[in-house]
Ligand binder design. Structure first.
Ligand SMILES: Cc1cc2nc3c(=O)[nH]c(=O)nc-3n(C[C@H](O)[C@H](O)[C@H](O)COP(=O)(O)O)c2cc1C
Length: 324
């Protein structure tokens, strides 16, 4: 167990923020399988201060998702600071996380997301504005290694962020120019962990229990954060938890369990979204869940061609009958 500020973290398994993915239904599923801390996707500070309805929707969560972090991004210290205050008062998350990792040019060009990797003074100012606006709620940061391979700044940035009052840092040790290519350089997580006294959460390329073990051993990080390895595979959290609790490791769900998760996820989406969004997200998640069994390609294709939630309902019932 470790703490982020005063928040006690019981499980060192974090579900990463993922745009278009980590909404209330998916977070609920991952939590069920053992994710210890979950995050919203990144939310625009500008959208928050304008009280844009869709932006505010992205931050809603239920009590059983706690501990939960809301991740925000922006380029203006004043706006990001104000947005953090609003988020804190309106939603009372357990953590407010600042995104310094998004590599998308539309975001970075003004200095937001991993654009801050190029301007540590701006990063300092944004972070200080957030820390000052939220009293007790711990502020954390998720960042990359640097802008490109000639400007690796994660350790220097970490030391500056700690001084400003950040309570934990997640490092995804790829550069902005790498985007998602190549391998994450875990050595930089080790370097950061040795340099700072706040918890360091290691992120990048954890796809199974072995990766978890290697990340912990090679970096000494306090917790790990999983993103792509959990797409269609919330069982990754159960597998890692099994390892932590000295139980048999890699959890391989039966086809029946896979379909049960499809059903649960779909029901949660129906409750949470309008039918068009529900249909699109069902297709997206099902294309990840429905892999690795005989007939998977055909079932994926059927769901992909569904034109309505009613069709999804029928298909799911057929699928359930076939397996039971
Ligand atoms: C679909 C998708 C959406 C993402 N959205 C966000 C986001 O909103 N905020 C963020 O900090 N990182 C985001 N990321 C990056 C991940 O959180 C993570 O840092 C990265 O994928 C590396 O971890 P992994 O190797 O476990 O996937 C996203 C990644 C993916 C694949």
């Amino acid at each position: 167990m470790f703490t982020i500020g005063k928040l006690k973290i019981k499980s060192p398994l974090f579900l990463a923020p993922m745009a278009g993915v980590t909404d209330h239904p998916y977070r609920t599923i991952c939590k069920h399988f053992g994710a210890g801390v979950v995050y919203t996707e990144f939310v625009s500070a500008n959208g928050i201060i304008r009280e844009n309805i869709r932006t505010l929707e992205m931050m809603k969560f239920s009590e059983d998702e706690r501990p939960l972090g809301i991740q925000i991004f922006g380029d203006s210290p004043d706006v990001v600071g104000k947005s953090a205050k609003m988020v804190n008062e309106m939603f009372k998350p357990d953590i407010i996380d600042i995104n310094y990792g998004c590599p998308v040019p539309k975001v970075t060009k003004s200095g937001a997301g991993s654009g801050a990797m190029k301007d540590l003074c701006l990063m300092d100012e944004i972070t200080a504005a957030v820390v000052e606006s939220v009293n007790e709620t711990p502020v954390t940061v998720k960042m990359r290694a640097g802008w490109d391979k000639d400007k690796i700044i994660s350790t220097e940035a970490g030391l500056r962020l700690e001084k400003i009052g950040v309570k934990a840092i997640t490092l995804h040790p790829r550069t902005t120019s790498q985007k998602f290519t190549g391998q994450a350089n875990w050595q930089l997580i080790k370097e950061l962990k040795q340099a700072v006294n706040i918890p360091v959460i290691g992120n990048g390329d954890i796809n199974n229990v072995d990766d978890y073990k290697k990340m912990l051993e090679s970096t000494g990080c306090d917790a790990v954060m999983v993103a792509r390895g959990a797409l269609g595979n919330p069982w990754i959290f159960r597998s890692i938890l099994n390892h932590i609790n000295n139980k048999p490791e890699e959890y391989e769900p039966s086809l029946k369990e896979r379909i049960e998760v499809c059903r649960n996820h779909y029901e949660l989406l129906k409750e949470d979204k309008n039918s068009i969004v529900c249909l699109n997200l069902t297709k997206k998640h099902f294309s990840w869940y429905l892999k690795g069994f005989k007939g998977a390609v055909e079932w994926r294709r059927k769901f992909m061609y569904a034109n309505s939630v009613e069709e999804v309902d029928e298909l799911l019932q057929l699928f359930e009958k076939e397996v039971n």
